[in-house]
Ligand binder design. Structure first.
Ligand code: SAH
Length: 397
């Protein structure tokens, strides 16, 4: 039983995060197991997994009096899958075979991420509680999604914080031999294809949160020489080139990502129109400017510059610098797609930073579109942390 301090119950009814400072007392709960949460007067608030190690010690999973078991997981999973099928029906398409099936808090399953990569699933546990429930999650997935091989790929940082050994291995093979499982899979993000090797690279293999934005870029790229800065495996460049960009420059600092970028460009038959540069975007942008190179389309998709609130001022300086330099590289009429995936940098702050950069660069920019994370990463109004990716598609006037 976990008893909240007086006055903490209102937030706990709409937001799943309970911090140690919210807790009056907690009795008899093994780390990572389910706990019943009550308010200061003993009234039922919900149930979640408890972990005494991190400051964020409990995440509410239900506000009903129900067990957090396999059946619970099945109900939540089937809700997540149905929502995505309905969204696809609304858009008169079929549910994609590449995308996020479960987005943690956004789908009422705090601590769990499940991504679909065509004929396989990638499972990511972010809390000790979910890591301990892994076999129940696998059963529920088999019941709801069907028998698919599952690769468990936990986040190292979460494992350290929460105190569990992060998994990086096949946990359901569906009888496939190890040689087949080690082969790269090719997934389709229409109209392009990407190669993914499970266990190699960042996130669960691809940045699925940018899927819709990559397609948008593919649609506006025709005739525009493109710069894909912070390219990872050249996702934006592949879409731009497939969409009719005459050439593209990719900048990325990670060696394995650069090797994968080359394979993706080749897979899509556009490698001969691409230039891959290994380096630091901050330096490379300066060099391109000095060399007089100009672009009809620039994509800036940096890693999160602010991982905490304290880091926001330094992050804002970093965002300003890269945006300023990118704006100077635009041809007349050129477009800039610029992103921030730092939760702590709000949409307003990000727009302010871009405005400052534009003033310094002396470029007037029209907002063509406001961009965000793909819809398979649902945002809860009451849990703002579920929405982190923001972006602007701008056009030099
Ligand atoms: N646009 C990509 C995702 C980018 S993630 C996609 O759609 O798939 C951010 C990438 O920036 C990571 O691959 C990381 O290795 C790279 N990176 C981080 N800091 C960098 C820097 N200073 N210069 C170049 N690349 C950097």
């Amino acid at each position: 039983m976990l008893r909240l301090k007086r006055g903490r119950e209102d937030r706990a009814r709409v937001h799943p995060w309970i911090f140690k400072g919210d807790v009056a007392d907690v009795s008899d709960v093994a780390p990572g197991s389910a706990v019943t949460i009550v308010d200061a007067s003993g009234r039922f608030v919900g149930r979640g997994f408890f972990n005494p190690r991190p400051a964020l010690c409990c995440r509410v999973l239900t506000r009903r009096d129900e067990l957090l078991d396999r059946e619970f997981l099945k109900r939540r999973l089937s809700g997540a899958v149905t929502r995505r099928q309905e969204a696809a029906r609304d858009e008169a398409t079929v549910a994609p075979r590449l995308g996020r099936l479960v987005w943690s808090e956004g789908d009422g399953m705090a601590g769990l991420v499940v991504d679909r990569y065509d004929g396989a699933l990638v499972l990511q546990c972010l809390t000790l509680g979910m890591a301990r429930m892994r076999s129940a999650v696998l059963d529920a997935l088999a019941a709801v999604v069907g028998d698919l091989p599952v690769f468990a790929w936990d986040d190292e940082i979460a494992g350290r914080f929460e105190g569990f050994e992060p998994a990086r291995a096949w946990v359901t093979t569906c009888g496939l031999p190890p040689s087949r499982l080690e082969e790269p899979v090719v997934v389709e993000e229409t109209p392009v294809r990407f190669e993914v090797i499970f266990g190699h690279g960042q996130k669960t293999g691809l940045y699925l949160d940018q899927g819709e934005n990559r397609r948008t870029i593919g649609r506006v790229a025709r005739g525009r020489r493109t710069l894909d800065a912070f390219a990872y495996t050249a996702g934006f460049a592949c879409h731009a080139l497939a969409g009719g960009a005459p050439s593209a420059v990719c900048i990325e600092s990670s060696g394995p990502a650069l090797a994968a970028a080359r394979r993706n460009l080749e897979l899509n038959g556009v490698l001969h129109r691409a230039e891959i540069r290994s380096g630091n975007v901050f330096d490379e942008l300066r060099q391109l400017e000095r060399a007089g190179d100009r672009f009809g389309l620039v994509v800036l998709d940096p890693p999160p510059f602010a991982r905490s609130r304290d880091a926001v001022p330094a992050a804002a300086r970093g965002y300003k610098e890269i945006n300023l330099r990118a704006m100077r590289l635009l041809e007349p009429g050129g477009m800039l797609a610029t992103f921030s995936c730092s939760y702590h940098v709000s949409e307003e702050l990000f727009a302010d930073v871009c405005r400052d950069a534009a003033a310094d660069a002396g470029v007037t920019l029209r907002v063509l579109r406001r961009l965000g994370q793909s819809r398979d990463h649902p945002v809860l109004l009451t849990v703002p942390e579920t929405g982190y990716l923001k972006g602007l598609l701008l056009e030099a006037v």
